[in-house]
Design a protein. Structure first.
Length: 262
């Protein structure tokens, strides 16, 4: 039984479609299996390159592995490098040592030169004292020889006559203590000198033993000990050109005179 009413004769009735939406028959199974339409998405350039690289890696064979390191070669290279560094260090150390030694040698040479200059200065300053000391020692030595040896006056007298100019007569002055010795020599001396006819012996206590003075009419020969020492002093001064020392006073008395005075 239907609840609808039909008003065929009603003027205000407007028929209205009761179907609001038309339902089409469903598609066939074959139509349902077709893939749905997907949006056309193009890959970017970076994705393309990465994809291509991946394909190359997959398609290309495996790259060869690098060879294993040569331990012996590395060790030899390290040894040679260490050896060169050690040699370089030794060379630098040797050079530094040579430089230090050179400076030390120069300082030592300079010190030696200064010492030598100081030595020369001391010699020049003490030259006069040295000469005076030599003369004083000579006097002491001569004094001792005069008291012990009798040949001193003989040799002195012979040398004096040899130095004298040839003449026929001589006066010989000597110490009284040497008179006896000389008197014994007079004949021998006269015969040894040509043209010599006479020798006169005279004594002078001021003349030290061992010395004499020879006088003639044409010459004088001073062979006293004092004169001989003065000659020795002149010789030393001549060999020492820088000598500026004063002559020492002849205050030393021969030992024979000292003994006489005592």
């Amino acid at each position: 039984m239907s609840s609808s009413k039909i008003y065929k004769d009603d003027q205000s009735f407007t028929p209205v479609s009761l179907i609001s939406k038309e339902i089409h028959p469903s598609s066939s199974p074959s139509d349902r299996q077709q893939p749905s339409q997907q949006p056309d998405i193009k890959p970017s350039a970076a994705d393309s390159a990465q994809h291509a690289t991946t394909i190359d890696k997959v398609s290309s064979p495996l790259a060869p592995q690098p060879p294993a390191p040569d331990i012996d070669a590395i060790r030899a290279e390290a040894y040679e490098q260490g050896k060169q560094e050690a040699e370089q260090g030794n060379l630098e150390s040797e050079q530094a040592l040579r430089t230090k030694l050179q400076k030390t040698l120069e300082a030592f040479t300079q010190a030696c030169a200064e010492v030598d200059n100081l030595h020369q200065d001391l010699l020049e300053q003490s030259r006069g004292d040295m000469i005076n000391l030599v003369i004083a020692l000579s006097k002491k030595i001569i004094g001792r020889e005069l008291t012990t040896g009798r040949d001193v006056i003989v040799n002195t007298l012979r040398n004096a006559i040899a130095l004298a100019m040839k003449y026929n007569e001589y006066d010989i002055w000597l110490n009284p203590e040497d008179l006896t010795v000389v008197e014994e020599l007079v004949p021998e001396l006269i015969s040894s000198v040509q043209q010599l006819q006479q020798i006169t012996l005279k004594t002078d206590p001021e003349i030290a033993r061992g010395g004499c003075r020879l006088d003639s009419d044409i010459c004088t020969v001073d062979a006293t000990i004092e004169a001989q020492l003065e000659t020795a002093r002149d010789f030393l001064e001549e060999k020492s050109p820088n000598y500026n020392g004063a002559k020492q006073q002849d205050t030393d008395v021969p030992e024979d005179k000292q003994s006489d005075e005592q």
